[in-house]
Design a protein around this ligand. Structure first.
Ligand code: DQA
Length: 145
């Protein structure tokens, strides 16, 4: 249990690698997980890396993370911009949550400029490509050490 951080991924992130590579790059989610696993190992922590296309599953996983993890790196995908349920789930747990995005959402369409979850999280990392994941993990490790 408690050397573990959750890395939670929302909708369409299972399609990384073939999905809009000009925006998200060529790495698959499995490649990103491998990067996160080796970073975690170098830091002496473990990660539980998951993806779902379903909003309610993310809510369940956030509740689970609140009971069994040290913190959460969350790429909520498009639910970032729409989900009151995710906002409330983050507020319902006491471990830190870092919002992350591969792309710089502020340099994209206007509907991506607003995050429903940003007011509920500890901080936001976006725009560093797949490296955003390890930056989010680094932030969580620093916060919890
Ligand atoms: C994303 C940005 C979101 O706007 C988008 O809906 C995604 C991916 C990112 O990682 O850049 O699915 O969260």
């Amino acid at each position: 249990m408690n050397n573990t951080f959750f890395v939670l991924n929302g909708p369409n992130l299972n399609a990384l690698g073939k999905r809009e590579p000009g925006i998200y790059g060529g790495k698959t989610l499995a490649d990103i997980e491998a990067d996160c696993q080796s970073f975690a190992q170098s830091q002496g922590v473990t990660i539980d890396f998951r993806q779902t296309n379903h909003e309610g599953v993310l809510v369940d996983w956030l509740h689970e993370a609140g009971e069994t993890s040290l913190g959460v790196a969350l790429n909520a995908g498009a639910y970032t911009h729409t989900s009151v349920a995710l906002h409330d789930a983050i507020r319902a747990i006491s471990v830190p949550v870092v919002e992350l995005h591969i792309s710089n959402v502020h340099a994209r369409e206007e509907f991506r400029h607003h995050s429903m979850i940003a007011p509920a999280v500890k901080g936001v990392i976006c725009g560093f490509g797949p490296h955003s994941y390890t930056l989010a993990l680094q932030a969580l490790i620093t916060l919890t050490r």
